[in-house]
Design a protein around this ligand. Structure first.
Ligand code: AMP
Ligand code: ZN
Length: 496
């Protein structure tokens, strides 16, 4: 059973998806005005691993990540460089996607851009105004924080103790604070200023506020409520708090069931950030480091803890990862060069350990994605394998056992997004049958849930005309002793 630390409840909770076997997940994407630094990359890599793990555990994950391509910082950069905001955003969106590919981060299923989703945002703002949760002042629209009594629940703040944002001055010299009914209110729509990108709206030309973007895009692509919302811990307040307020005020329902926040990457115990100037660009670090090594370094720390980055740690990560890679190579060598000789190995305990390693890895990862623990399990196994195999010629009778050990190391590392030994990308279909088996195990003699997962998956596969997957599921069911028969009333399952 997967447990997730939920920021909203400040405790680890059993994870239960809204729909059996499916997960809707939204992770805030970058504001594209510069290349991303390795702090940003840490957050994206953490969520890449969480997503890979959930997929491997048999969930069909719909992963949505936005691109914030209209924002004060983009406009400022464009003005400084004599370019349009769209040009700046396009350049850095491309660079971001390129960087993510280089870092081995899987593409999201849906990557909406704010500038292409303006109608959904306007619609949401209109709903908020209608519901008495937002109001217009000369082309600006503000969310009325006090209209949402639960404001503060995500970040655990008390509304009466909050300070309003910094005093901003508009072009006409009037303070924004003077225009708002309450200093805590925040903009969901901003009236156009000269030279800024703008869109027509019921309140005149303008552009969306940052927070409304994510509320509108997550709702559009995942529907409300959805399962998991994520981002870096620096987004909890105000960004995510405001998303919750807008979304829940508009729909009258829960926004997201689980909130996951990643800890900050630091240099000399200080948060890496563009504004502090202590940042290392991901692309620069990847010029001198393999992406797997950077990922390995990051996964040695739990995703919620702060992580201090240094060149020493990078060198340690290189050494650690090489140990696992060398073991995989040793196994390959041993398998290829096996001889017809008596076995020098303890294959029975090795087979047992192979199975246990996989199970213990799952236990660690099920516990709020404890990648550090999971890597520790892999290390334990690798040490044992090295002790047994390194520098030895093995018997051909040992080969099946070594193949299995090899497959497990390669598989577990690939779940973390670290490919070696001819690993294939972890994919959802391959994991459906193991998930169903596990569900069948959980429910004892009643594998109803397992059957449901399998049938849902097969139906989806057939809808998408993915016959290969549909057959795979059917065969997997057969393995479980479940025979599927298609009747005019739909599929019927009987126990063999
Ligand atoms: P931004 O483009 O600033 O909105 O940041 C994109 C993502 O990177 C957000 O999820 C931030 O929380 C995250 N982020 C920013 N700085 C750091 C850092 N030093 N460590 C980890 N994540 C960060
Ligand atoms: Zn967001």
């Amino acid at each position: 059973m997967i447990k997730i630390y939920n920021t909203q409840t400040r405790q680890k909770e059993k994870f239960q998806s809204l729909e059996l076997g499916k997960i809707g997940m939204y992770v805030c994407g970058p504001t594209v005005y510069n290349y991303i630094h390795i702090g940003n990359a840490r957050t994206f890599i953490s969520f890449d691993v969480i997503r890979r793990y959930l997929e491997w555990r048999g969930f069909k994950v719909t992963f949505v990540q936005n691109i914030t391509d209209v924002d004060d910082k983009i406009i400022k950069k464009a003005n400084e460089e004599g370019r349009t905001a769209a040009e700046v955003a396009e350049e850095y969106t491309k660079a971001f996607i390129d960087d993510m590919h280089k870092a081995g981060v899987k593409d999201p299923d849906i990557r909406p851009k704010a500038t292409e989703e303006i109608p959904a945002m306007i619609e949401l703002v209109e709903e908020l105004i209608k519901g008495g949760h937002a109001y217009e002042v000369e082309g600006d629209v503000y969310f009325s924080v006090r209209s949402f009594p639960e404001y503060g629940k995500l970040s655990g703040r008390n509304i009466d103790e909050m300070e309003s944002g910094h005093r901003e001055l508009r072009a006409d010299g009037q303070g924004i604070e003077d225009r708002k009914r309450d200093p805590l209110d925040f903009a969901v729509w901003k009236a156009a200023k000269p030279g800024e990108p703008s869109w027509d709206s019921p309140w005149g030309k303008g552009r969306p506020g940052w927070h409304i973007e994510c509320s509108a895009m997550s709702r559009k692509y995942l529907g409300l409520p959805f399962d998991i919302h994520g981002g870096g811990a620096d987004l909890v307040f105000p960004h995510h708090e405001n998303e919750v307020a807008q979304s829940e005020a508009a729909c009258g329902c829960t926004f997201a069931n689980y909130w996951i926040h990643g800890g900050m990457l630091q240099i000399n115990s200080e948060k890496m950030s563009k504004s502090l100037g202590n940042f290392l660009l991901l692309r620069d670090v990847l010029e001198r480091t393999r992406p797997e090594v950077l990922r390995f370094l990051m996964l040695q720390t739990h995703y919620r803890s702060p992580l201090d980055f240094s060149d020493e740690r990078l060198a340690e990560a290189e050494a650690g990862l090489s140990r696992i890679e060398n073991t995989v190579k040793n196994l390959e060598w041993a398998i290829e060069n096996a001889q017809d000789i008596p076995s020098p190995l303890q294959t029975k305990p090795l087979m047992k350990q192979t199975k246990e390693t996989r199970n213990e890895f799952i236990v660690a990862m099920d516990d709020d994605f404890n990648t550090a623990g999971a890597l520790g399990i892999v290390f334990g196994f690798v040490n044992e394998l090295n002790a047994q195999v390194a520098g030895k010629t093995v018997s051909i009778t040992d080969v099946p056992c070594l193949r299995q050990a090899h497959a497990v190391v390669v598989e577990l590392m690939s779940v973390l997004g670290i490919m070696m030994g001819g690993a294939q990308e972890v994919s959802y279909p391959d994991a459906v049958v193991p998930l169903a088996k596990e569900l069948a195990g959980y429910t004892g003699a009643n594998p109803v849930q397992a059957v449901e997962v399998l049938l849902a998956c097969r139906m989806e596969a057939r809808k998408e005309k993915n016959w290969e997957l549909a057959d795979k599921v059917r065969d997997g069911m057969k393995e479980l002793g479940l025979v599927i028969e298609d009747t005019p009333q739909g599929p019927r399952v009987s126990v063999e």
